[in-house]
Design a protein around this ligand. Structure first.
Ligand code: MLT
Length: 314
């Protein structure tokens, strides 16, 4: 394991379909982005890139699974701010180190977080929502994709800014959480724009604000948190493509080339833009750029999680 390929084998990579581990349930934001990008990567690699959803423990189960796979490029994953940054402070017994146990391929995209609620919630603006949560703190509930997931940590931050501590309801991804929000089973969800935009456009949920400096291209009618009166709440998260540590550099380079080609594809760009995702910078899209970015994100999220005083076990 993890000894890598001979140079000759690296030249013939990939020799069979590639498995892409998605550490959350199908239909959620990580899965949706993965399906768009993997299809295009499959075309340029000449082998299918097959998604395997390995959900649980806020995405740490699937991430651990990748570290146990052969380091030959035929098993890769898409992780995110939760699995590869916030997890370090959240899980005292995390079975991997996001900064040293992976071979980064490239950043895939960034996603703004939106504050969303079930349609029947009696609030139509962010300030009405804040007042509603404060008045109903004991019964209000907040759905998320498991301890340490993006929907969990970003709503923890929102709840602390609002000064409330409502019940939280864990799911195996925000795909299933969103289904329950649409059905009115849960009250609110902090979720990534790619999962939210289709539902807001369909009018099945409410979106009170987008937590970024400028309005999102996919939902131009939704105000920013600054416009809506909560300027302290700014959160943009990311998806990163990773291989197991020890994957040979030529194989990583081939995967990076395929990722870049996918992100340059007009159809991929149009689909991601329609969902409100933003593309990485040229530097973030390289293996070395992603390594530095992950390290900076661990440094950024560790004090935030420690200050919130939350921990989890997996
Ligand atoms: C999250 O961390 O909330 C995830 O991105 C959820 C998901 O992809 O399903």
């Amino acid at each position: 394991l993890a000894t890598g390929l001979s140079p000759a084998a690296a030249q013939t990579f990939p020799s069979r379909p590639i498995t892409m581990i998605i550490p959350f349930a199908a239909g959620g934001p990580t899965d949706v982005v993965a399906r768009i990008v993997s299809e295009a990567m499959g075309k340029s690699l000449g082998q299918a890139v097959v998604i395997e959803n390995v959900a649980g423990a806020g995405g740490t189960t699937g991430s651990t699974r990748l570290t146990q796979a052969a380091a030959d490029g035929h098993t890769i994953m898409i992780g995110h701010t939760g699995t590869h940054a916030a997890s370090v402070a959240l899980y005292p017994n995390l079975r991997y180190n996001p900064a040293t146990d992976f071979a980064p391929i490239g950043l895939v995209n960034t996603n703004a977080i939106l504050i969303t609620a079930k349609k029947a919630l009696p609030a139509n603006t962010l300030s009405e929502f804040v007042a509603w949560v404060k008045a109903n703190e004991r019964t209000a509930n907040n759905a998320h994709a498991g301890i340490g997931s993006v929907s969990h940590t970003t709503c923890l931050l929102l709840n602390s800014i609002m000064g409330v501590n409502p019940q939280t309801v864990p799911y195996r991804g925000t795909g299933p959480a969103m289904n329950d929000l649409v059905a009115g089973q849960v009250d609110y969800l902090c979720d990534q724009v790619v999962n939210v935009a289709p539902q807001v456009r369909a009018g099945t949920i409410k979106a009170f604000a987008v937590a970024q400096m400028t309005r999102n291209q996919a939902l131009p009618d939704v105000p920013t948190t600054t416009e809506a009166g909560l300027p302290g709440y700014q959160v943009v998260v990311w998806n990163a493509m990773l291989a197991p540590k020890g994957t040979p550099a030529p194989v990583v380079a081939r995967l990076n080339e395929a990722l870049k080609a996918a992100l340059a594809d007009a159809n991929v760009r149009a689909r991601l833009a329609e969902l409100g995702a933003d593309l990485p910078t040229d530097v973030q899209a390289t293996p070395a750029g992603l390594q530095a970015f992950i390290e900076s994100e661990i440094a950024k999220w560790t004090p935030v999680i420690k200050a919130a005083g939350v921990t989890a076990s997996n």
